[in-house]
Design a protein around this ligand. Sequence first.
Ligand code: FAD
Ligand code: FES
Length: 512
Amino acid sequence: MSEEGAKPTGPDFAQGIPAADLADGAMIQGQVSGEAVLLARSGGALFAIGAECSHYHGPLAEGVLVADTVRCPWHHACFSLRTGEALRAPALNPVSCWRVEQGDGKIYVREKLEPEQRSGRTPARAAPESVVIVGGGAAGNAAAEMLRREGYSGPLTMLSADDAVPYDRPNLSKDYLAGNAPEEWIPLRSAEFYAERGIELKLGARAAAIDAKDREVRLADGSRQRFGALLLATGAEPVRLRIPGSDLPNIRYLRTLADSRALVAKATASRRVVVIGASFIGLEVAASLRARGLEVHVVAPEARPMETVFGAEVGDLVRRVHEEHGVVFHLGTTASSFDRDRVTLQSGERLDADFVVVGIGVRPEIVLAEQAGIAIDRGVTVDPYLETSTPGIWAAGDIARWPDRLTGERIRIEHWVVAERQGQTAARNMLGARERFDAVPFFWTQQHDLLLSYVGHAAKWDRFEIDGSVAAKDCTVTYRQGGRKLAVLTISRDRDSLDAEIELEGMIAAGT
Ligand SMILES: Cc1cc2nc3c(=O)[nH]c(=O)nc-3n(C[C@H](O)[C@H](O)[C@H](O)COP(=O)(O)OP(=O)(O)OC[C@H]3O[C@@H](n4cnc5c(N)ncnc54)[C@H](O)[C@@H]3O)c2cc1C
Ligand code: FES
């Protein structure tokens, strides 16, 4: 991923291209006045929008056209071809849009169009008198932005226990920790962005209780915040390890920007680290700290990393890739105690460690909802519209357990894109849209040069099929339960990942 766009390549659309070169349903990347432009024909109509995704510059020409939208191949953002609007997270900003003309058997891209002023789609009478969002992470931020994009003009407050403006949490264990992403890339928005949109962002503001009857949030500092509608987006907290020595200062966790900064500081002054847990976060941390030249040991109870999620073949690949990069695994065991500079394993082995990073999973932050008498079920229970059991109080992100039509079960998922999309859906529903949350979950992880993309959700599967070669890092793995396709993992096959997303969406829509 990069913050910088590549130099534009391809034909100069201002000079025109033969109309016959662009079939219906096709896209071509080219340029206009030094800007990368995507030219597309869909349903007979012609469109020209910015060719680079506004999330991390993914090449939209390698994505998929669906009616008058295009999906990014990297993390599945979706843009309108008509307006350039970012219709689905993780992209939050629109891309540019140009006027297209056809004549003399050629297609020309003309002048850039002004961004279309969106008028709120929701009738004003449905809007709450004020909105409070508890949580300044993926879901909270996406909801706040969407409320304003939809034209909501009432008071809007976002309370965040974090001291930093909302930021790109997935990067904290990847490029930022590896030293490949400067800190400027990490905030999602500047403080001015919120101020300009009348979003009152209160940082270091921890909600202590919710009074659902009086429609009030009580903050830890004793102040109160009234709300017309409330979104709970409090995310999750790392599960803490409770063994002798676990309170030592060199035992670290990773959830926040402050945590990641502290790991960077530790890494620069250390030689050896032990990672406890072969979770996504544990393995990403292992890869990033290896990239910084540290000696990295990973300790985990399973026989193969990721086997329960992805199966033995992919687990072996994950292990091999880490080992090729010098990571040492200690599997089938776990830590039994910590000292200042050593980890003792249950197997009796002792590992020297300047510091330890524990990544053994997270627990949803549901205490506020629980105390307010909102229905809880290993998360905050929400209906298909993301409203909790208390009308006017919504929940999104890592805490929300929603009825998923693909699996037929209530599921709770800890993915960045899911959290953002839930925030967006909850925002529209607060304004009366009545939109079901039916998005197919999408997740990615990057470890060394291995990039895994995963669509759908298969908490359990009884069969999987591999197309291609896992060992060669070029494959599509389909997970099924009772014959039903539930999820698809891809390596180096972004197109297959998007096709799988579209297929799973079709299954949801058809109710199959
Ligand atoms: C290091 C790391 C890497 C990750 N990488 C990926 C990845 O590659 N791909 C992927 O799909 N997912 C990834 N995830 C998971 C993803 O970041 C989460 O699923 C997502 O952030 C959840 O969004 P959320 O809004 O529910 O919670 P969060 O983003 O955690 O935000 C919760 C917010 O609520 C605030 N808060 C909590 N309690 C209170 C309170 N009482 N009062 C006020 N504020 C409160 C917190 O301070 C925080 O601002 C990663 C997570 C981590 C930690
Ligand atoms: S780069 Fe397009 S969604 Fe991330």
